[in-house]
Structure formats: structure tokens, C-alpha cells
Design a protein around this ligand. Structure first.
Ligand code: NAP
Ligand code: MG
Length: 492
């Protein structure tokens, strides 16, 4: 399934970019070129939008019954299952993540299609109470052509989070994958066509976000933009989308707190805190990158945390038993390292890692060691800014009020975690935290069906849940008069 070169997908056809240009995409674990990919221009975006518009205005997809759309969504899931091993292999090759991480994410992506298949059948309106003689019903109609822009950290899963609810609602799509990881989204779009999605419903334009991204977000032919990525990019998108009053969903960055109380199961908290930050090489929007440990158990917790961190295996993402794969790019390694240097300048202390791993295995590709930084204050830049790599900052706290204040002292509000055996406390803290997701005694942030999204500058709108369909539909209210006497409201 891996090819040497990939074209754009417009109106069901693979086509070169109008400029004929390509860009290269890499294997982060080796630094080698993996494939070349068509570099879309504005003209290509216009073509893709025109195809999506035509499929929306006159095509079958928005007019199909929910049951038929559901069958096709289930076909997509089925085809993904059939191609599972190859999808996992290509995802690992293009992202540098471990096989087990890719398996989990692609497994979830498949279930996302199944979730929205079920939802497509039930999607409908309501009748509302109105005065005698009137009858009102609401209809859920697809919002239209959706521009969907996704990041590199979960390439296929993010594509599924975007495409599946849009399809279920009857929308059509212009998808722009991240330039660092465009391949599996292109393959998924092919599988969608094989599964029965009509041409023009899903179009994929690969290319530079800074060049075609703003064109997509301003495009008058697009009704809604769904974006996942950095908060700074999200702000630009929101401003541009305002010009045509597009519907907008933003899933942005985070700096999620992980709160370990003195009455927790320490072993479980150590394991969960390691997983919460170092899973996916720390490149998760909801990575629990600020670790708050109660002062009473700080020494014991930290000695176990550091001991287990030293047991994490970094390396070849295809190798058995590796926990931490490659970093996405050399640029990202430099960003991570500069934050670690900054932490030291700010007076923090590197307790583990803080450098590239050494050895012949790491001579090629992009790597950084799992890194634990102590002696941190929450107002340091390293505790306030998203690093997006395998770096956790650790802070001590005294009591519940203090830790809630510190946890909320951030511009972000995506994930959070609480470790305690006291359930009353767990849910008191869950209520006090200003974040879209709270994990209690576990490091798993979501399953298909649970809402995923942020408060504050982590964005707005929820994905992965049934309520996501509200963001891909408009509600139409139809109000009819069914009384027996004609209405004569002016009385003339
Ligand atoms: P990014 O730099 O914002 O890029 C995301 C996507 O936007 C890419 O496809 C990019 O294209 C495109 N893009 C860049 N500039 C654009 C512009 N001006 N207008 C429109 N599109 C533009 O984010 P990233 O570095 O790929 O991803 C990491 C970020 O995603 C982190 O901040 C992370 O927290 C966030 N994230 C959030 C969630 C969530 O659910 N909240 C989930 C995953 C990741 P190119 O690739 O061509 O530059
Ligand atoms: Mg970026």
C-alpha cells in the first residue's frame, strides 16, 4: 500500500497538483524520505471545494437515508480492519510512533466510524410544544462543505475524528492533513471511496498549511472549518473564518495537570503518570505535562517515578518492548531541547533525560529522551507553554485548594488527571478543574462516544461523541399552521 508518490484526491480522482510540484515526507525514526506527495495550490483547493460543493448541492450523499450512510460507514470500518496491519505499518513509518500506539489509535479510528454509523441512523429532529393549531418539527440538516485541517501527532485517528461525523451528518469534506504525516489520511480517503462514498464527498489536499491553510479557512465555498492543531494557528483560523461567518470547531493545545494526592495508590499513580506524559513520545494534546505531587509523598513518589522512567525503552518504533518512539522532526527535537535549556536557565533542575539519547541506534532520525524536570514553579515558561514532546515538569503542593489554583493557572483547559482513593475528593477536584477532560485514577482520556475537547484556549466544540453531530448539522425549525380556521392576524 505504501507508494513512492501520492497525488491529491479531488472529485474521486487522484491528480497531480496544478503546479506539478511535490514535497517529501519522512520516516522520523530514520530521517529517510518515505514518499513524495503532491503540493496543492490555491487552484487545487478551488477544485476540491468545487467538487465538495457539487457533491453537497446536487449529489446523493446529503440526501441518502441515514441507514444507507450507516452501511457505508460500517463498510469503511470493515475495510480498515482488513487493511489494519498495513495501516499500522505506514502510520509507524510516517510518524515514528510505536506499533502498539499506532494499533491502539487505528483501532479507535475504526470504532469511530462504527460509532457514527450507529449515530447516522438515529440522527433526526424533534417536535416541540407550540400553541393549539400549530405544529412544529425540527430537522437536522448537514452543515455543508467542511474544511478539515489536522495535525501530525495522530494522523489517521485525527482524520477519522473529522471525517466520520461529517459523513454521518451528510456533509462533504475538503481534508488537509499535516505535511509531516499525509499518507494514511490519503489511504483512508481511498478506502472511503471503495466502501461506497460517492466521488466529490471526500477530497484531500496535501500541501503547506501556511500557503493553502488560510485560503481554506477564508474560502467562501466552505461552510465550516474543523481544526486540530496549535492554539496560535487556531486563532488565525478563527479570525479568517469570521469573514464569512463559518462554523468553527477548534481542538487546540494543552498543558494538562496531573494531580497526585498523598492518599493515592502510589504504584498506579507512578505508572499512570509515566504513561500520561510519555505515551506517543509526549506528542499528545492532552499529555499530562504538569505533574503536581503532594509534599507528604513527594520523595517516595519521585524515587519510584524516576526509577521506572529509567526503565522506559526508547528506540526503533517497530521493535518489541519499545515504549517511546521517535520525535516527529528535527525541528521539534530542537524546540524540545530549547525548552529544556530554558528550564535550567529559569532555575529548574533536570532529574532525568534532558538530552538526545546516545548510541548507534540514534545516529539517524529524530530522538529525545523522556525528560523529567524538578524544582519548577508554575509561573515558569516551561510550566506554562506547550512543549509537545516527552518532557514533564514536576511541582510539590500542600493542599487541595492550592493544587486546584495551580492546576487552573494556565491559558489551557484540555485534559487533567487526579489520583486519590478518596472518591469524594476526586469528584470535588474534578468539578473544580476548568478543563474538558478529567481522568480519575487512570491515564486514558477518551473512548469512542466520550466527548473530547477543551475549555479556555484549548479550543471549543467536542469531538468523538454524539454531540459532535450538532457541530456538523444545522437545526431547521418548521412551523406550520394546522388549525381549521384561516389565520387573520391583522384582523382586516
Ligand atoms: P499546527 O502547526 O497548528 O498544524 C496543524 C495543521 O494546520 C497542519 O495541517 C498545518 O499544515 C495546518 N496549518 C498550519 N498553518 C495554518 C494556517 N495558518 N491556516 C490553516 N492551517 C494551517 O499543529 P501541529 O504542529 O501539526 O500539531 C500539534 C498541535 O496540535 C499541538 O499544539 C497539539 O496540542 C494540538 N493538538 C490538539 C488536539 C486536540 O484535540 N485538542 C489533538 C491533537 C493535537 P502543515 O502541516 O502543512 O504546516
Ligand atoms: Mg506545528
Amino acid at each position: 500500500m505504501l507508494k513512492e508518490s501520492y497525488q491529491l484526491l479531488i472529485n474521486g480522482k487522484h491528480v497531480d497538483a496544478s503546479s506539478g510540484e511535490f514535497f517529501e515526507t519522512y520516516n522520523p525514526a530514520t530521517g529517510e524520505v518515505l514518499a513524495k506527495v503532491a503540493k496543492a495550490t490555491r487552484e487545487d483547493v478551488d477544485q476540491a471545494v468545487a467538487a465538495a460543493r457539487a457533491a453537497f448541492e446536487g449529489g446523493k450523499w446529503p440526501r441518502m437515508t441515514g441507514a444507507k450512510r450507516a452501511r457505508i460507514l460500517n463498510n469503511i470500518a470493515e475495510l480498515m480492519r482488513k487493511n489494519f496491519d498495513e495501516l499500522v505499518r505506514i502510520e509507524v513509518l510516517n510518524s515514528g510512533k510505536t506499533v502498539s500506539a499506532a494499533k491502539g489509535q487505528i483501532g479507535q479510528a475504526i470504532e469511530d466510524f462504527e460509532l457514527y454509523a450507529a449515530a447516522a441512523i438515529t440522527l433526526g429532529g424533534e417536535t416541540k410544544p407550540v400553541p393549539n393549531g400549530f405544529f412544529n418539527y425540527t430537522v437536522k440538516e448537514p452543515v455543508g462543505v467542511c474544511g478539515q485541517i489536522i495535525p501530525w501527532n495522530y494522523p489517521l485517528m485525527m482524520a477519522a475524528w473529522k471525517i466520520a461525523p461529517a459523513l454521518a451528518a451528510g456533509c462533504t469534506v475538503v481534508l488537509k492533513p499535516a505535511s509531516l504525516t499525509p499518507i494514511t489520511a490519503l489511504i483512508l480517503a481511498d478506502l472511503c471511496h471503495k466502501a461506497g462514498v460517492p466521488e466529490g464527498v471526500i477530497n484531500v489536499v496535501t500541501g503547506s498549511g501556511s500557503e493553502i491553510g488560510p485560503y481554506i479557512t477564508e474560502h467562501p465555498g466552505i461552510d465550516k472549518v474543523a481544526f486540530t492543531g496549535e492554539t496560535e494557528t487556531g486563532k488565525d483560523i478563527m479570525a479568517r473564518a469570521a469573514k464569512t461567518v463559518k462554523r468553527v470547531t477548534l481542538e487546540l493545545g494543552g498543558k494538562s495537570p496531573n494531580i497526585v494526592f498523598d492518599d493515592c495508590d502510589i504504584e498506579a499513580a507512578v505508572d499512570g503518570s509515566l504513561y500520561g506524559i510519555f505515551y506517543n513520545t509526549g506528542q499528545s494534546c492532552e499529555a499530562r505535562s504538569r505533574l503536581f505531587v503532594h509534599e507528604k509523598i513527594y520523595d517516595e513518589f519521585m524515587s519510584r517515578f524516576l526509577e521506572k522512567a529509567a526503565r522506559l525503552r526508547v528506540g526503533d518504533p517497530f521493535a518489541e518492548g519499545v515504549h517511546v518512539g521517535a520525535v516527529i522532526s528535527e525541528g521539534q527535537v530542537k524546540v524540545i531541547d530549547s525548552y529544556v535549556r530554558l528550564a535550567v536557565e529559569e532555575g529548574a533542575e533536570i532529574l532525568y533525560g534532558g538530552k538526545r539519547p546516545e548510541g548507534p541506534e540514534f545516529e539517524r532520525g529524530f530522538w529525545y529522551m523522556p525528560t523529567i524536570i524538578g524544582n519548577v514553579r508554575n509561573d515558569m515558561r516551561v510550566a506554562q507553554e506547550e512543549i509537545f514532546g516527552p518532557v514533564v515538569v514536576v511541582m510539590k503542593f500542600r493542599d487541595e485548594d492550592e493544587v486546584i489554583r495551580l492546576a487552573n493557572d494556565t491559558i489551557y483547559g484540555l485534559g487533567s488527571a487526579v489520583w486519590t482513593k478518596d472518591h469524594a475528593k476526586a469528584h470535588r477536584v474534578a468539578a473544580a478543574i476548568r478543563a474538558g477532560i478529567v481522568m480519575v485514577n487512570c491515564p486514558i482520556s477518551a473512548f469512542p462516544g466520550t466527548p473530547f475537547g477543551g475549555y479556555k484556549q484549548s479550543g471549543f466544540g467536542r469531538e468523538l461523541a454524539l454531540e459532535t453531530l450538532d457541530l456538523y448539522t444545522e437545526t431547521k425549525s418548521v412551523l406550520s399552521y394546522i388549525g381549521s380556521r384561516p389565520l387573520n392576524l391583522f384582523g382586516i
